[in-house]
Ligand binder design. Structure first.
Ligand code: SF4
Ligand code: SF4
Ligand code: SF4
Length: 284
């Protein structure tokens, strides 16, 4: 029977997380962005029947775990998953699987291709070593269904409107569509308050007269968010129209984190200690 910490660490590397029940493990599987194919689901269902108790747990980060895999079955279960091209999920001091909403491929409000960005980031960085843990989220619009402000690095779609008065017929569709009260129409005059606008683009979709048009569309980057015992909301770092720049900022952020983090620090802790200005200087 293998019970040493070293072997538990090796098992953790392969995605097996110790349970409170001795010699049982929850088998974490790699899954990014919450889009799981039917082949993946069938393979996981078979494995849950064969090695677990016939059910899976869907994690808070869109991942899949098969609980109650006995120590004696861990090797067979991993080999089985390897043969279906399903790798182990990450835990410990690694970059975790990226979470993402359906974005503009499916959601009516989506402003960016969240799934495409998620796939690219996952391909580049999944399970890379970092000083502590590092979580990345991609969300299609300011509704932030994927809670980017709670992640170390968050990418959110944005779209700023531009009002063209001569096209407007004062139908109020944009006013109704705006959940932020940024548009008001009084005495035949439309007021667009950019201090209230969260750049969701809903007024542009609602307008049938091209009176609300796209001024600028792209990506808002948040850094340093986390939840847990010491929660911290991410800081809004910048907005850009350029997707390549988002990837440059992510690379620089990881460089900063690896160089400056002390033992056990998340990115938000490093930013608090060093200052957001120093962080901004290094990564922009
Ligand atoms: S964040 Fe926006 S795009 Fe993504 S699912 Fe929510 S509403 Fe849709
Ligand atoms: S972009 Fe969104 S928040 Fe801004 S004015 Fe239009 S509907 Fe309102
Ligand atoms: S939806 Fe378009 S046309 Fe209607 S009030 Fe708004 S800007 Fe004007």
């Amino acid at each position: 029977m293998v019970k040493t910490n070293t072997n538990k660490d090796l098992l953790k590397e392969k995605g097996f997380l110790s349970q409170r029940q001795e010699d049982f493990f929850s088998m974490r599987l790699h899954a990014a962005g919450g889009n799981l194919t039917s082949d993946y689901l069938r393979a996981v269902a078979d494995a849950a029947d064969r090695y677990g108790k016939g059910y899976v747990h869907v994690t808070s980060r869109q991942g899949i775990e098969i609980p109650f895999v006995h120590l004696d079955n861990t090797e067979a279960a991993r080999n089985d998953m390897d043969s279906k091209d399903i790798g182990p999920g990450a835990s410990g001091k690694k970059i975790r699987a990226v979470v993402a909403c359906q974005g503009d491929r499916v959601c009516k409000r989506g402003l960016i291709d969240c799934q495409g960005i998620c796939e690219e980031i996952d391909e580049l960085y999944f399970a890379e070593p970092v000083p502590y843990k590092f979580k990345i989220a991609v969300t299609g619009c300011p509704a932030s269904c994927l809670k980017v402000q709670e992640n170390d690095f968050g990418i959110m779609g944005f779209c700023e409107p531009f009002f063209i008065e001569e096209n407007c017929v004062m139908c109020r569709a944009c006013e109704k569509a705006c959940g932020s009260s940024a548009i008001t129409i009084e005495n035949g005059i439309l007021y667009l308050n950019m201090n209230k606008c969260v750049s969701c683009g809903s007024c542009i979709s609602a307008c049938r007269k091209d009176a609300m048009q796209k001024q600028v569309q792209g990506f808002t980057i948040f850094v340093g968010g986390k939840v847990g015992k010491k929660p911290r909301m991410g800081d809004m770092l910048l907005r850009t129209e350029n997707k390549d720049y988002v990837f440059d900022i992510l690379e620089k952020t990881l460089e900063f984190y690896r160089e400056d983090a002390l033992e056990g620090e998340r990115l938000g802790d490093v930013i608090d200690r060093c200052g957001i200005d120093k962080f901004g200087e290094k990564v922009k």
